[in-house]
Write a protein that binds this ligand. Structure first.
Ligand SMILES: Nc1ncnc2c1ncn2[C@@H]1O[C@H](COP(=O)(O)OP(=O)(O)OP(=O)(O)O)[C@@H](O)[C@H]1O
Length: 273
């Protein structure tokens, strides 16, 4: 679904999400949260553990409905699973019994493309993610970074207008992670979906994003939004050594640190009581 250019690609307006707890109580995960992402914008969301980052993504994807407020994608209220939205998670959502080629061709096949056309498209995407020659492998025969590339190709082949990423690189080693940031940026430039990228890693957030949204300790609200005015195209691996990067890092960390400390104090108080 192509988002009209005058509409935000993603919009959460005054959104609250409450869950029923196992003891029958209500737990407020996010409260009065406002978030707008423009078409083609890369938005990173950071905040302390448990502040509602993943919950925010489930409201955009339609996996959950807000308890109050409204979530819109491409100007349409989210009502069930949202078409045009792709996901990449921490754990790879690949089919272990399918080859790399069949994994990447799965989306077009589900949409009714012929096998020949889906395979051709999948081969093109595998080339873009640097996996030509690995078409016949199965996911367990790949490294973590390669599986992540399969997951990216599997999602991007569907040309989503919105891409939701929930700590997609956190299970990778530090070097692979940093390489994947650069690869993600080049792939994102190809189709330019609007992105919400959830991460615990503030460096990663700044290196990738056009803006960084800091959430408060739960219930999550938007504490502050920082524009990242670093030039593109960027090399995520190198940009972190620039003065501008260090300056914006210290500003955002100042806002984030207080929330991380609040969340930490709560957990230690719970342990002590
Ligand atoms: N289905 C659910 N039922 C009950 N509580 C839930 C449910 N989903 C999330 N929560 C609670 O809502 C809060 C926010 O969870 P969420 O996973 O969105 O946080 P997060 O910021 O993504 O956390 P982390 O950084 O640790 O991944 C947590 O306290 C969590 O336990």
């Amino acid at each position: 679904m192509a988002a009209p250019t005058d509409q935000p690609a993603i919009e959460l307006v005054n959104v609250t999400k409450r869950f029923t707890t196992p003891s029958g109580g209500l737990y407020t995960a996010i409260e009065d949260l406002d978030l707008t992402v423009a078409p083609g914008e890369f938005c990173a969301v950071v905040g302390p553990t448990g502040c509602g980052k993943s919950t925010t993504l489930t409201l955009v994807s339609g996996l959950e409905r807000p308890s109050r407020g409204v979530a819109r994608v491409g100007g349409h209220e989210v009502d069930g699973i949202t078409p045009g939205v792709g996901f990449v998670f921490q754990t790879d959502a690949v089919f272990p019994w399918k080859s790399v080629l069949d994994n990447v061709a799965a989306g077009p096949r589900f949409r009714g493309d012929s096998k020949a056309s889906a395979n051709k498209n999948a081969r093109d995407w595998l080339r873009r993610v640097g996996l030509s020659g690995f078409e016949d492998r199965f996911p367990h025969q790949l490294s973590g970074g390669m599986r992540k590339r399969v997951a990216l190709a599997q999602s991007l082949i569907n040309q989503p207008s919105v891409l939701l990423m929930d700590e997609p690189f956190s299970a990778l080693d530090v070097q692979t992670r940093s390489i994947m940031s650069d690869e993600l940026l080049s792939l994102w430039e190809l189709t330019r979906p609007a992105v919400i990228f959830v991460t615990h890693d503030l460096e990663e957030a700044i290196a990738l994003a056009d803006k960084v949204v800091v959430l408060t300790a739960g219930p999550g609200r938007v504490k502050a939004v920082f524009d990242v005015d670093l030039p593109r195209p960027r090399r995520a691996q190198e940009i972190r050594f620039t003065e501008e990067f260090v300056s914006i890092y210290s500003k955002i960390w100042e806002a984030l640190r207080a929330e991380v400390e609040t969340a930490y104090a709560r957990t230690t108080a719970e342990v002590a009581s």
